[in-house]
Write a protein that binds this ligand. Structure first.
Ligand SMILES: Nc1ncnc2c1ncn2[C@@H]1O[C@H](COP(=O)(O)OP(=O)(O)OP(=O)(O)O)[C@@H](O)[C@H]1O
Length: 733
């Protein structure tokens, strides 16, 4: 984790199943004013365990000032005396007691999302050069200042309307799902071990190539290139500021227009997720505040911050002494997080304090790859709410929300062997939620009726952020060292899957179906050592999805199962089986490439669908893949079996798949036999022979693991096939 950014996290020793917590170095934000008790406490207003919408910044400021009030830009008093409660605690201007407050439930989503009026205030800053690009100090000054704005800073109404529509345009132009990859630099340890940087990036084409060293059967090394294209690819020289510009900045305007956006970082432990994620909320807050005070000035918008973590399937409030939270669903299936503290904020300093406080309280642990690894998913939410009829006494309505998720580091089962039991349990829980997250994104983008939000706490909590008008930005963090090659490929494949969920991309794939090649570019290592960061613009690096050149061997002999679901890319039609095997965790190790089939449905994604001419003008679906139209849930599967031909075709393909697996196992066995024969025949003197034998042994054990893996997969496929047969026969003639 990024110790520097957090500024003083300390890891406590884990005792048994106890959490690791980062202790915030300064717990002195507030004296225990309300209780009059001794010692400092972190925001315990009145010492009452009520929730929720604490006007934190007012309290902070009034504490700093020691006065009973401050003034908003409009000149109205904002801050109640320290001893009084925030505006949310007032009822028609009267003080109310905590017992009259909400019953301890913060329903982040209980208020109907409100459509903004299609107009902006006639005064204030525009979002143009005046609004953007100023530093935070200036920004703060302008936010907290009660001075009237200088005349020449006030743009015309036209300019404002223009900037507003530019914002709208910008936000609607942002893809529903954006996948960005960030490569971190080699760290000291890796440099000391003289590890190679195996990733080359060509920013101009958003492409990234992983150069994997592999062994042939005769034990000579060769390089295999895996090439990927994403929405953006950021190399090790890219700053956090640039990451923000590339990822979150474009979606800020959308948050004011009923959009819920989610930005999350994904990647192996120690790859820079926290380093990447931590600065983003503050930068986003800066932009949100700027919009509130300029484009949407005097429209009753307020910003609220909450910060919690999911650790071991449980929720903890990071801004309220790790208070345990419960998640509930109301009758409308809206998610309520009971007890979550939410702070109304209007200054960047306050937000910064809150973020630091939350980060310092997160659960951390030590993994093989990161001494201070996040063992939890941390979710920081910035909610924009609007007062109803300009009344402070009524609960504000949520307009939009931006969630930042610093996912716990993904690591493979294989890497956790040296970890204690707790760490391994954490790892399993983490991987489960990552899988669930991908499943949800996949289902959403396929317009599936059933979205498997219940797959994990993470997805349950995020349900609200994914339905309706939503935006998702995924930042995949990868490390460049050769030792992490397999992890890196797994991460990139996960990202690639998420990216390929986008119908738009799928359509591009389909329109160039044969171009969606899966090939490897291999060369003997002695001849083809790549130049690190040489801007490897080889011939095979062409822009566009069709250039996705990745070795995805049907089943690579050399790949030893890591137990992670990204490890395998088997075949598009196999996705069917997933629906039937959701309950089986082992079945979830399978991942499937997919050629997504696009029915022309009227939905919130229609705009995107229309962008692609592959959908026939008559609106009828075009058969691209006999299987694709029946891929989602079991019910959907059953409903979609149109004809016996389709069913037979499906069964045939599945049988072929099983046969192919069988062949793979047999071929692998043959290789092992051949190697054993070689071993027996090896007629080499002394040391050389020993060395040769030990190398062969290494290869053999690798193969043996591969065989076990293949056999397991084969068994699963056979099981699925049987289930399919049963399903087919149950459908009757
Ligand atoms: N782009 C980068 N530039 C410089 N240093 C980086 C970069 N990315 C990560 N680091 C450094 O690498 C280390 C690990 O990063 P970080 O803690 O963010 O990893 P992580 O992916 O969050 O790990 P985990 O999942 O275990 O929490 C930190 O010391 C961080 O400062």
């Amino acid at each position: 984790m990024n110790g520097a950014a957090v500024g003083g996290r300390q890891m406590q020793q884990r005792a048994g199943n106890q959490l690791h917590q980062r202790q915030y170095s300064s717990d002195h934000f507030f004296p225990d004013a309300g209780n009059g008790g001794g010692g400092s406490k972190w925001l315990q207003p009145g010492g009452v365990a009520y929730s929720q919408q604490v006007d934190y910044s007012r309290m902070l400021r009034s504490l700093h000032k020691g006065t009973s009030g401050e003034f908003s830009m409009s000149g109205e008093p904002l801050t109640p005396p320290l001893t009084s409660r925030s505006s949310s605690q007032r009822k028609n201007g009267e003080e109310v007691s905590p017992s009259e407050l909400s019953p301890g439930i913060l329903d982040l989503h209980s208020f109907d999302t409100e459509l903004l009026p299609e107009q902006v205030t006639g005064a204030g800053f525009g979002a143009g050069p005046l609004g953007y690009g100023r530093n935070m100090d200036e920004l703060e000054t302008s936010f907290s200042s009660n001075k009237p704005m200088s005349r020449n800073l006030v743009p015309s109404e036209n300019t404002l309307l223009k900037s507003f529509s530019v914002d709208k345009e910008k936000s609607s132009a942002v893809a529903k799902i954006k996948v960005v990859v960030r490569k971190r630099p080699l760290n000291k340890k890796e440099i000391a071990k003289k590890e190679d940087d195996i990733i080359t990036i060509v920013p101009s084409t958003n492409s990234l190539t992983v150069h994997e060293t592999k062994l042939k059967v005769d034990l000579t090394e060769y390089l295999e290139k895996h090439e990927f294209v994403f929405d953006a690819v950021l190399d090790e020289n890219v700053s956090n500021e640039e990451v923000y510009h590339e990822t979150v900045e474009p979606i800020i305007p959308a948050i004011f227009q009923r959009t819920k956006a989610t930005c999350f970082a994904y990647g192996q432990t120690g790859n820079g997720k926290t380093y990447t994620m931590q600065p983003l909320p503050l930068k986003a807050s800066q932009d949100i505040l700027r919009h509130m005070h300029h484009t949407y000035r005097n429209q009753g918008f307020h910003l609220y911050v909450s910060f919690f973590e999911i650790y071991g399937g449980k929720l903890f409030d990071l801004l309220n002494d790790r208070r345990k939270l419960c998640m509930r669903e109301d009758g409308k299936q809206k998610v309520c997080i009971v007890g979550l503290q939410e702070y109304r904020v209007s200054s960047l300093d306050t937000i910064k304090d809150l973020i630091e406080k939350g980060n310092a309280t997160r659960s951390t642990g030590t993994t093989g790859a990161n001494e201070e690894s996040s063992r939890s998913h941390a979710i920081l939410q910035l909610a924009i709410k609007k007062t109803v009829d300009g009344s402070e006494s009524k609960p504000a309505r949520i307009v939009g929300k931006l969630s930042f998720i610093d996912l716990a580091g993904s690591e493979r089962g294989a890497d956790t062997t040296d970890n204690d039991k707790q760490t391994r349990i954490e790892g399993a829980e983490i991987n489960k939620s990552l899988l669930a997250l991908k499943e949800c994104i996949r289902a959403l983008d396929n317009d599936q009726v059933h979205i498997p939000f219940r797959g994990s706490k993470l997805t349950e909590v995020l349900r609200d952020s994914f339905v309706g008008d939503s935006r998702t930005v995924m930042i995949s963090c990868v490390s460049p060292n050769s030792g992490s090659c397999e992890h890196t490929l797994n991460t990139l494949r996960y990202a690639d899957r998420v990216k390929s969920l986008s119908k738009g991309n799928s359509k591009k794939d389909l329109s160039s179906a044969t171009l969606n090649v899966k090939e490897s570019v291999a060369a003997p290592i002695s001849f083809s050592r790549f130049e690190v960061n040489s801007g490897d613009t080889g011939e095979d690096q062409k822009p566009g999805w069709s250039k996705q050149v990745e070795k995805e061997a049907f089943l690579s002999y050399n790949s030893v199962s890591s137990g992670r679901e990204e490890d395998l890319v088997i075949s598009s039609h196999a996705k069917h089986f997933r629906a039937n095997s959701r309950s089986s965790s082992t079945a979830e190790v399978f991942d499937y490439s997919e050629e997504v089939y696009e029915p022309d449905k009227p939905s919130w994604r229609k705009g995107k669908a229309e962008a692609y001419s592959a959908v026939p003008a008559d609106g009828k679906t075009r058969r691209v893949d006999s299987l694709a139209k029946r891929r989602d849930s079991q019910n959907e599967d059953a409903n979609c079996f149109d004809s016996d031909d389709d069913l037979n075709e499906l069964l045939k393909e599945e049988e072929d798949l099983v046969m192919a697996h069988r062949r793979q196992v047999e071929e692998t066995l043959n290789i092992v036999r051949e190697e054993m024969r070689l071993l027996d025949e090896a007629d080499q003197p002394g040391n050389q022979l020993d060395e040769y034998i030990s190398r062969l042994n290494a290869v053999l054990s690798q193969k043996a693991a591969g065989i076990v893996n293949l056999q397991t997969r084969l068994a699963h496929f056979q099981q699925h096939l049987t289930e399919k047969h049963i399903l087919v026969s149950s459908l009757g003639p």
